[in-house]
Design a protein around this ligand. Structure first.
Ligand code: ATP
Length: 327
């Protein structure tokens, strides 16, 4: 095998409850992850000199060296599988000596991005999950799904979810997953903003807003109402129960999102929510036709950079054959 390509989905958060900050700096959260049909593709191949190339949506703002989450995932997998040192990425100083973009001997990683960067859609985590699955195959490392999930949890909060996809409740930092029972398929419009938001900055803003309001932070809990609505398969029941406790913080940093959400509701969305740390807004609609109408309304009103129609739940990271690879 000389190359392996993996397709991996973006996520939206149907619920995001934020608890207290932990001693390690992360917040304790409860979230309902939902994978949607917006995909990045990651191809890995053998190489004497490690390198990462990124093309597509937001490629300029994605690190192409050790900082790339896909390369970090390849490195973590090599260590977990006990592969020979030549396959383990060298440290940044060695990489710098090799010239720009040169990082890990033994693997070349090509990322084709459709998931916007720093958009609250976990695109970087998705690429990391894709790299884990792809390198496991390329190197015939033989890690089980459970072992890959353990490596994923060590890379970032959302990586384990991107491996499995579907709809899951995430606890801890989001890495402890329990699959959710969901009926049917949901139609969404994602409204992309210009520029991204830094997740740590949004959490800091959340802490500031809560402190200024004298808010007592209690342990986060899953919404029983939302879980029941998801089992019903009725988007009209799910829509009003979407919720994100980071939303006020995202809006404080990007006030224009308030109008984006309002226009979506005005034009028939059953539910409207900022995804994760934003700035992408996710709108739940009844069907594909309503999704197209809403895209026209949002772009016509000038309240987003662009908008796309997706469905969920989508499958997690999966190896695709050459004929399935998009051009
Ligand atoms: P979160 O998972 O915190 O919600 P996000 O979806 O808001 O993240 P990402 O697209 O995952 O944001 O990117 C966050 C940061 O990670 C970016 O600013 C980028 O510099 C870095 N990064 C590293 N590797 C990648 C990658 N393969 N794709 C995108 N961003 C990457």
């Amino acid at each position: 095998m000389t190359a392996v390509t993996v397709r991996v989905p973006a996520k939206v958060n149907l619920q995001l409850a934020v608890g207290p900050a932990r001693p390690d700096g992360y917040h304790e959260i409860v979230t309902v992850f939902h994978a949607v049909s917006l995909y990045d593709e990651v191809t890995v191949s053998h190489s004497d000199r490690g390198r990462v190339t990124v093309t597509g949506e937001g490629a300029d703002s994605v690190p192409d060296g050790d900082g790339n989450l896909a390369m970090q995932a390849a490195s973590a997998l090599a260590r977990a599988a006990g592969l020979p040192p030549r396959r383990i990425p060298r440290v940044a100083s060695d990489a710098a000596a090799d010239g720009a973009g040169a990082v890990a001997a033994g693997v070349a990683i090509e990322i084709r991005k459709r998931i916007p960067v720093a958009a609250g859609l976990a695109g970087g985590s998705a690429d990391a999950a894709a790299a884990l699955v792809a390198c496991n195959e390329l190197w015939r490392a033989g890690l089980s799904h459970a072992e890959l999930a353990e490596v994923a949890a060590g890379i970032g909060s959302d990586v384990a979810f991107a491996l499995v996809g579907g709809t899951s409740v995430g606890q801890g930092r989001g890495e402890r997953l329990t699959p959710a029972l969901v009926a049917g398929q949901y139609h969404w419009v994602l409204a992309f903003a210009s520029g991204g938001l830094s997740t740590p900055e949004v959490y800091k803003a959340c802490d500031r807003i809560r402190a200024a309001r004298g808010f007592t932070v209690s342990p986060p809990r899953p919404s029983a109402g939302l879980m029941a609505a998801l089992r019903s398969g009725d988007p009209a029941e799910v829509g009003p129960l979407l919720g994100n406790e980071l939303q006020p913080a995202a809006i404080s940093l990007r006030p224009e999102l308030r109008r984006t959400l309002a226009v979506g509701r005005e034009y028939g969305a059953l539910g409207a929510v900022v995804s994760g740390s934003g700035p992408t807004c996710a709108f739940l609609v009844t069907d594909a036709k309503r999704a197209v109408d809403l895209i026209v309304a949002l772009t016509g009103a000038g309240v987003c950079r662009s908008a796309v129609r997706v469905v969920g739940p989508a499958q997690g990271a999966v190896v695709v054959s050459p004929s399935e690879i998009s051009g």
